[in-house]
Ligand binder design. Structure first.
Ligand code: GLY
Length: 386
């Protein structure tokens, strides 16, 4: 994927593919497809419920076609309905649910309901802040003291809420969480901890847990990608170079640790790779994040981030795409959700498909951003040149 005609051709292929997915999905909420290539129908309160709508919004932005906007339109309303229904699923991932639905809807169309729903979700997220240790609580149940690296992708909702309202409280919470993640989640070598645990009463740091990685000191590949992209987003929102440096450090670890085909196994630190599944979603997320880093750095440095992003996307496209399987409902195969929990292994994941489409759209000059719609830096620069 080195020139404009290749990326434009890929977007055209995606149009064909996504048009088919719209017909195949009907009104289901896709999450994971196994070897049969048929996506499941997950509850719309689940953390991944924003990605299919988000993929459609990105396609609308990248192509201008109304059919994608029409298919995407209801998703923020559908997810919002859970604020007044019994569920224990809503957690810090309201960022993942409302940024690709409500917030982009407002960015793309000025829709006031999208703005209102995004702010409702930001209030919910801000309410999960624990000031004793400056972190946003990740999950529910008795996990009062746990924060996870994935949350770096949710705090853009708070930066956006400050932009929308002029109220700095949201941003203050986002900054305090980001600083906690920088201190405890990002390791010297650029790998990251998945879960960091605090005493929710005293705020004392208790240590890190393995979570979706193979061990507390391992390197869960998708968590690494969340950190890469999330710290790049924090930089784009704030202009604070410490976040850019964190994003770069994680990016260097990610890229340097990749196997030959540029798609990692589910954890970068497995003793024996034999039979272990890969995770294409990690590569798709990282590629999109690398493009955002490339968009922010001086031109002499740009290729350092742009080239791996292009090469990763080329490998995903050539080796892991479902182009020759029209009955397959996913875009990428070989994604892994939760290996230690034995869930969603070696199939298609809707967030892998989403971030792949997002990265291809960026390469095609799409300028709206789901996670950084109003960046403080990079805003005036041209889109990544191809
Ligand atoms: N945020 C959960 C995951 O990446 O699996």
């Amino acid at each position: 994927m080195t020139n404009k005609s290749e990326t434009a051709e890929l977007l055209a292929r995606l149009e064909e593919k996504v048009d088919r997915m719209i017909a195949q999905f009907g009104d289901k909420c896709p999450h994971f497809a196994g070897k049969d290539g048929i996506y499941d129908d997950m509850g719309t309160d689940w953390w991944t419920s924003g990605f299919w709508g988000g993929l459609l919004w990105v396609m609308h932005g990248a192509t201008g076609h109304d059919r994608y906007r029409e298919a995407a339109w209801h998703w923020d309303e559908t997810i919002e309905s859970w604020f007044v229904k019994p569920t224990d699923q809503l957690n810090h991932d309201v960022g993942f649910q409302f940024l690709p639905t409500a917030v982009i809807k407002h960015t793309a169309t000025g829709d006031e309901d999208g703005r209102r729903r995004g702010l409702e979700a930001a209030d919910f997220l801000a309410g999960r802040f624990n000031p004793a240790a400056d972190f946003l609580r990740a999950w529910n149940g008795d996990k009062y003291g746990w924060a996870i690296i994935d949350c770096m992708m949710n705090i853009p909702l708070l930066f956006w809420a400050t932009e929308m309202t002029g109220d700095p409280r949201y941003k203050h919470i986002a900054l305090r969480h980001a600083d906690t993640a920088l201190r405890y989640s990002v390791r010297e070598d650029g790998s990251v901890n998945h879960i960091i645990s605090f005493d929710p009463e005293s705020g004392a740091y208790l240590g890190s847990l393995g979570g979706q990685g193979s061990a507390p000191d391992s390197a869960w590949s998708r968590g690494t990608a969340w950190g890469l992209y999330g710290f790049a987003a924090a930089y784009r929102w704030t202009g604070d170079v410490k976040y850019l440096n964190a994003a770069k450090r994680i990016a260097h670890f990610f890229v340097a640790s990749l196997p030959d085909d540029l798609v990692p196994y589910w954890d970068f630190r497995l003793d024996d790779l034999d039979g272990e599944p890969r995770d294409t979603s990690a590569s798709a997320i990282a590629a999109s994040g690398l493009l955002d880093i490339a968009d922010c750095v001086p031109s002499a440095e740009r290729r350092t981030y742009l080239e791996p992003a292009r090469r990763i996307l080329a490998s995903l496209t050539d080796r892991y795409g479902t182009w020759d399987r029209p009955g397959h409902e996913g875009i990428l195969i070989a994604a892994t959700g939760h290996k230690p929990g034995n869930g969603c292994i070696d199939g298609s994941l809707i967030y892998g498909d989403y971030f792949y489409v997002e990265a291809v759209a960026k390469l095609n000059g799409w300028k709206q951003r789901v996670f950084t719609p109003h960046p403080q830096v990079c805003a005036e620069k041209p889109a990544v040149s191809v």
